[in-house]
Design a protein around this ligand. Structure first.
Ligand SMILES: [Zn+2]
Length: 509
């Protein structure tokens, strides 16, 4: 849910007389490959006579019918929320809780076609807990408990169901990291999954640093192949990678695995574009996304996702401005910002030209004639490598990565109680950092789809460039000599990975 929705719920559910209270809201599903999320959309407070507060709060059937009918007409589901005024952390269900929710579960599902969602707010520390009442053939229906509840504002706040997602172990390698933000914050931070989309110089650096921080579940997505002209920026890539047509994904997976400090890190690799349906579905399984792509189409997909599916997207990039005659650098600019409902979208802050999406989808941005005619493509450049992308150098791409990671820390750790700072811009020529005052456009077509989840357009489709790259790397298309060299290289990498695993075991990590 958004922090705004949470504010409305807290105002109703946390009473000054310390009694528990109850209300209803509506939600929409947002479905990924393995995860389903319910996006809270609208709070429907009880009208006079629709609920009674007498120690335990109860609601009338008419109230449920009224909200279920409103939900059904909008294609939404129903959420039943109540408070435990003295509660702390993820809440277990009391007998009356189970009775109330189970008694309305079938009725609500009949009317809306969607399972009832039950939620509890713990008054002591503001922790949320949630469950879905799915259809069950058994007479006694039991809820499916959620793994977490996320509240999205300047600070991303997450309550964990420790039974499903246990507190991760803390190896001695992480002593300095834990000391920076405390053990409980570390246990929370490292369980928050992160997907890095685009593994050029900026994305690769970010992925490796997240792995080193102990992030338990890290996703990596890129379809591109390492080329010779990447070697001056992809730190860790070698001439062998370009020669053997290795993917940027392989490189990032290798380096992230080598640097991972979590006890049991899970690093998922997606040889996909976020513009492909499977790429987007995979993204919907993550708690947050870092956008390191500079093409308009993938940026538009991620921009929409941030609002439509309530997944914060940390976005930014670097642009190097050179004199037209090629005689030198005029300036370099790196920007970073977090996209989510209540912040302006990429388009509103001038980091995405909606008009260029069609050109990208048609492949026109790969056409040298288009590039010559239009100069740089619109949007931020995050260290990519196709001819259409901006120039970038290794000594500066690290600044763009740092800027994005600082936004990540602010969003997740909130130093000094402050969350993400809004859009930032750093100008190299004068070394000035600007807080940009970008406003949301009243009629922004992206923000209009806030919380629409599965019901909104997806903007995905077949991606010929991704298909071409995957084919180019396919071993069947390789010369036999290259195939043998690739096999040897893989064996070397495998041996090194085994050695690292053995060292960790011997060191008790
Ligand atoms: Zn917008």
């Amino acid at each position: 849910m958004t922090a705004e929705t949470e504010g409305a719920l807290r105002a109703h559910l946390l009473r000054s007389d310390r009694q528990e209270d109850i209300c209803l809201a509506t939600y929409r599903p947002s479905t990924g490959t393995t995860r389903r999320t319910s996006l809270l959309r609208q709070v429907h407070l009880p009208e006079p006579g629709e609920r009674e507060v007498h120690g335990n709060a109860t609601i009338t059937g008419d109230y449920v019918l009224r909200v279920a009918a409103a939900a059904a007409s909008a294609g939404d589901g129903v959420v039943l929320l109540h408070s435990h005024p003295g509660g702390q952390g993820w809440q277990a269900m009391s007998g009356p809780d189970v009775d109330t929710e189970s008694s309305y579960a079938n009725l609500v599902r009949e009317i809306t076609g969607l399972p009832l969602v039950g939620m509890t707010l713990a008054g002591h520390d503001g922790a949320w807990s949630a469950r879905h009442w799915d259809h069950s053939a058994a007479a006694d229906i039991t809820p499916t408990y959620s793994e977490n509840v996320r509240v999205l504002g300047p600070e991303l706040r997450v309550t964990w169901n420790d039974q499903i997602v246990p507190v991760p172990g803390r190896p001695s390698t992480l002593i300095r990291s834990v000391a920076s933000w405390g053990p409980s914050r570390h246990a929370d931070l490292t369980r928050r999954s992160v997907l890095v989309v685009g593994l050029g110089s900026v994305g690769l650096d970010i992925a490796v640093r997240l792995a080193a921080t102990g992030i338990t579940r890290l996703g990596l997505m890129d379809f591109d192949t390492i080329k010779l002209h990447n070697l001056d920026r992809l730190i860790g890539a070698t001439a062998t990678d370009a020669w053997l047509r290795r993917s940027k994904l392989d490189l990032a997976q290798r380096l992230a695995a080598q640097n991972a400090t979590a006890s049991s890190p899970v690093i998922d690799s997606f040889d996909l574009s976020i513009c492909e349906p499977h790429g987007l579905a995979a993204a919907l399984d993550y708690d947050q996304i870092i956008c390191c792509v500079d093409r308009p189409w993938p940026r538009a997909v991620l921009n929409l996702l941030a609002y439509r599916d309530y997944i914060p997207v940390i976005d930014g990039g670097i642009a190097i401005d050179v004199f037209a005659d090629g005689s030198g650098m005029r300036n370099a600019t790196w920007r970073s910002h977090v996209l989510y409902p209540s912040r302006p979208c990429m388009s509103c802050i001038g980091q995405l030209d909606l008009g260029a999406i069609a050109a990208d989808q048609s492949g026109a941005l790969d056409d040298p004639a288009y590039i010559t005619g239009n100069g740089q493509p619109p949007g931020a450049a995050a260290g990519g490598d196709t001819p259409a992308e901006s120039a970038n150098v290794a000594v500066l791409s690290v600044s763009a990565a740092a800027s994005l990671l600082a936004q990540y820390v602010s969003l997740n750790v909130a130093p000094g109680g402050l969350g993400e700072p809004g859009p930032l811009q750093y100008l190299l020529s004068t070394h000035t950092l600007d807080h940009l005052k970008a406003a949301r456009r009243p009629a922004c077509p992206v923000e209009a789809l806030t919380g629409f989840g599965d019901q909104a357009i997806r903007m995905t489709g077949p991606h010929p460039a991704a298909e071409h790259e995957r084919q180019y790397r396919d071993s069947h298309s390789l010369h036999p000599g290259l195939r043998i060299a690739r096999y040897l290289d893989t064996t070397l990498s495998w041996t090194r990975a085994r050695l690292i695993a053995d060292a960790k075991r011997r060191l008790g990590l």
